[in-house]
Write a protein that binds this ligand. Sequence first.
Ligand code: KIV
Ligand code: ZN
Length: 388
Amino acid sequence: MKAITFFDTTLRDGEQTIGVNFTTAEKQAIAQALDKWGVATIEAGFPAASAKDFAAVAQVAEVVKHANVTGLARLKRTDIDAAVQAVAAAKHPLIHVFIATSPIHRDSKLHMSKAELLQKIAADVAYAKQSIDQVMFSPEDATRTEPDFLVEAVTTAINAGATHINIADTVGFSTPTEFAALFKNLQEQVPQFDEITWSTHTHDDLGMATANALAGIANGATEVQGTINGIGERAGNSDLIEVAAALHVKHATYQAVEPVELSMSKQISNRVAQATNIPVSPNKAIVGKNAFSHESGIHQDGFLKNPATYEVLTPETVGMVSNLPLGKLSGSHAVMSKLNGMGYQVTKAEMADIFPVFKQIAERTDVVSDRELRDMMKVVQAQATEGQ
Ligand code: KIV
Ligand code: ZN
């Protein structure tokens, strides 16, 4: 069994979502919930970005009991000093440094040659290592970096003292096949591969963040970076709840110890939705309102016979409940089951009279409410009495 860990960046990359600006109290409360959920590391902010961000990281560091607490830093000594200071009070401090390695970033943004970049990685990772044991190095835009240069960059960071390497698909450019090949190459080419924690950091620009994280796990990564509800820059980051649920359902494939307490997932999703003021889409995997709702007659009938016909995991596993909304596509079986659940004692034979009345109501509305069902039953019972 592989021990997979989660690195949560809701409070840093997640805060890069347009319109999201956590208060320090919100950051502390979310960090405490993440700590209980079971993540290994909480990235609480970018300390050099502002005095507020510095203070938030420092105050998160004070309240987290189990997880590593980290702050992001560019590969720049003032950033590194700020991040080291901000996490100093943490039980388990970690610093996360990054620099872009791809040609487009080297040429257009950093104006640095490959040799200059390697020199900087060696010098500044070693500088960070003087002050703190756990150092994570991220080659930003790793998936658009030449594979051989990526190997050189991460090997240089490891030789300078990095304990964690995070492979960033910064612009969500990769596909699962490509991300798997990238990790396979690192596994083959980096001599110290087994001594390091390897993380995936995948963005969702092409809708593949979760799939790419799983491809990384299948090819040597042991940690997944992501956010709650998948919030983050542009289309967001990989959603840790989705990854956790996939590891649970695909247990036979991944042979992984579950990294978090899955049953708390809905609760933590709600907390982040509330703090960000970004509601979870109804059709969002795992925690969306419709994720365990079954509308059509065929599905409802199958579900009532055996829920596993239409659910890949039980909703209780992730803190949700199943729901069979009654609407225009519902079948007689689901309506009968609902009515009997409400206290009526309706037989299959009686449903022959009840169901056409239900259908008429359902044609006029989205979801037939309990009240409408009760009114319907009064009419049906009155008609039955008149007919006697
Ligand atoms: O997407 C990215 O490249 C990042 C890095 C800072 C790891 O968020
Ligand atoms: Zn990112």
